[in-house]
Design a protein around this ligand. Sequence first.
Ligand SMILES: Cc1cc2nc3c(=O)[nH]c(=O)nc-3n(C[C@H](O)[C@H](O)[C@H](O)COP(=O)(O)O)c2cc1C
Length: 180
Amino acid sequence: MSVLVAYASAFGSTAEIAERIASGVRNAVNDVECRPVDDVEAASGYDAVILGSAIHNQEWLPAAVSFVSRFSAELDGMPVWCFSVGMSDGLPKFLRARGAALQQERLAQYLRPQVPLRDHKLFSGVYQAAQMPAMLRGLFRLTGGRFGDLRDWDAIDSWAGEVSAQLAAPSSPGPSSPGS
Ligand SMILES: Cc1cc2nc3c(=O)[nH]c(=O)nc-3n(C[C@H](O)[C@H](O)[C@H](O)COP(=O)(O)O)c2cc1C
């Protein structure tokens, strides 16, 4: 079985998460390639795809959106897992759960009609103060927001394990079951 982990990353934290997921999946599947979406020339040679993007302004990066439209015919009928990388764990505590749920659902709503989605997972990445407009930084900090490396490697490893288990199940790969 051959699995592609493809990602779009602006500042590198999504790339590192994709590499970590690929390493996890290699425990179950021998042939796992991890590439930036722009380096993928065809998706048809793979049995399954794990696709991830950093989030900018509530949306996937244009390179990831373009990947989905370029390969929609090839992805159709193939099991696809998606992950998105944002900064919801850095939000002020009173907004965190709600912000993550809204972000997760908004992206899943975009993805569900586009790909045979097995699952969509939201992670937090690296969000530095310099990436937020200067006039918002003070208020963000005052209300409990935080910057920095927000990645939860245990959660990332755990999701890679779940995907691996599904890939290793006798029915995989194959037609998708309803995704979240
Ligand atoms: C211009 C910009 C817009 C962003 N918009 C969002 C957003 O709407 N939602 C979110 O959760 N994170 C947002 N983020 C945070 C990034 O998704 C986060 O820093 C992520 O780790 C970036 O991944 P990367 O290092 O692979 O580029 C934004 C970051 C930048 C720089």
